[in-house]
Design a protein around this ligand. Structure first.
Ligand SMILES: [Zn+2]
Length: 432
């Protein structure tokens, strides 16, 4: 009897060892793939945390390793530093120049400029590890060079102040995508909150001026980002855009019915138009709850693959922004004002994807679920590079066609339609 038990225990031990060995093999394979192709992440909110924590002062910012540095080490908002980016084999990061909705019609353009300036200074301060990139080729060059390609994405269409001139200048400063809305309608586009029960759409998608914003972005070579917009805005933008569009940090609506996620019919149109959804790791949009796991994230990636195809999915984790976004504004503000001393609620990154060092584990999980190496390469970065290049080709074609910068006046009804989705309040300065 004792011998039988002994054999059973030994058998279990061997199975576990064998599984662990396989898992180790898959992780090694994932790391090998990421040495070969650049891992590109569509969204990281570190710049806003630098604004909150350091008032944009980089003097004492030790980006190499923040794990022991106050206040980052104790903050549930902090998941990013250079050491962990290297460990996670991240080759290219779109840094978010996020502009809060409370600044709309007030100082949103100034905030966008300050956040772009911050990203540029952050990159220039670390020339050995980072390089400012504004083209698809630049991502590939930086990857060969072993430096983190750092790109700028502006989050919130209100950052352009309903002005094509401001849009053009943001492009000149390096912005390579604009998220058409954040959590508020702009005068020309509805945000995702408009899709929620009981909400009345402001425009019902994109206004004519909104469509011109999209066209001007096409002409410039700036990617149209549809994370945070309402479903009618998604559909209008995909119809209006001559180039493929992106979702820089969104997941699948079929698995979690948050208005921040992309429904299947929009995924099908996205596939037809050649775009990409870069999957967010935010628990509220992954499990529709406070907690989620790496396996839940893998399920979203698999769903988007199933509906849109393997050419239309990427990664846009949203690290450093996985926090209190969905909490009531008042409560959120109270935490904004005390990032160092407050007991933060339990909104956490998914188990297994705690910070930017963990991406290879996700690719190892997908290998275990039967993904081929070829498909992993697409997901990691080749899909985004394809979309980015297509956007650049459309720009070149429109230039060849002799298209001039758009000068259309803003229709009057567009500028008077000042509708606030959520922040129907005066701007509250959220710096500590
Ligand atoms: Zn966002």
């Amino acid at each position: 009897m004792r011998m039988v038990v002994g054999i059973m225990v030994l058998g279990q031990l061997l199975t576990r060892l064998l599984l662990a060995a396989h898992a180790g093999d898959r992780l090694a394979a994932a790391r090998r793939i990421l040495r070969d192709v650049p891992l590109i992440d569509g969204h990281n909110d570190l710049p806003w945390n630098i604004r909150k924590f350091l008032k944009n002062q980089l003097r004492d910012f030790r980006f190499d390793d923040l794990r022991e540095t106050h206040p980052w080490s104790r903050s549930a908002w902090s998941h990013t530093d250079l050491r962990r980016l290297r460990e996670g084999m991240v080759a290219a990061q779109f840094w978010s120049a996020y502009v809060p909705c409370s600044s709309q019609h007030l100082d949103s353009v100034q905030l966008a400029l300050e956040q772009i300036d911050l990203i540029r200074r952050l990159v220039n301060k670390h020339p050995q590890s980072m390089v400012l990139v504004s083209s698809a080729d630049g991502i590939e060059r930086a990857h060969k060079d072993g430096r983190l390609a750092s790109l700028i994405g502006v989050e919130g269409g209100h950052a352009v102040g309903a002005s094509l001139a401001v849009l053009r200048m943001l492009y000149e400063l390096g912005a390579r995508y604009l998220t058409l809305t954040h959590t508020c309608n702009t005068p020309w586009a509805d945000c995702s909150t408009a899709d929620e029960p009981g909400q009345v759409p402001h425009i019902g998608g994109l206004s004519n001026f909104g469509k011109n914003i999209v066209l001007e972005m096409n002409r410039l070579g700036m990617m149209v980002d549809l994370s945070h917009v309402s479903v009618p805005t998604m559909l209008d933008a995909m119809e209006a855009s001559r180039a493929p569009v992106i979702f820089s940090h969104s997941s699948a609506h079929a698995l979690c019915n948050s208005s921040r996620n992309v429904p299947d019919h929009a995924l099908r149109l996205l596939a037809q138009t050649g775009g990409i959804v870069m999957v967010s790791f935010y628990p509220h949009f992954i499990s529709c709850g406070e907690k989620s796991t790496l396996q839940d994230v893998a399920a979203h990636i698999n769903h988007i693959r199933k509906i849109a195809g393997v050419d239309h999915v990427g990664i846009g984790a949203g690290y450093d922004g996985i926090n209190l976004e969905r909490l009531p504004v008042k409560l959120k503000e109270s935490f904004n004002n005390c990032p160092t001393s407050c007991q933060l609620p339990t909104v956490r990154t998914p188990a297994g994807l705690e910070d930017v060092s963990k991406y290879p584990e996700l690719f190892a999980e997908l290998l275990a679920r039967g993904w081929s190496e070829k498909d992993i390469r697409k997901l990691a970065g080749l899909n985004l590079i394809r979309v980015f290049k297509a956007v650049e080709e459309v720009r070149d074609r429109m230039t060849e066609e002799g298209m001039e910068p758009l000068e259309e006046e803003i229709p009057k009804e567009d500028i008077i339609g000042r509708d606030y989705c959520r922040y129907n309040i005066k701007r509250v300065d959220s710096t500590p």
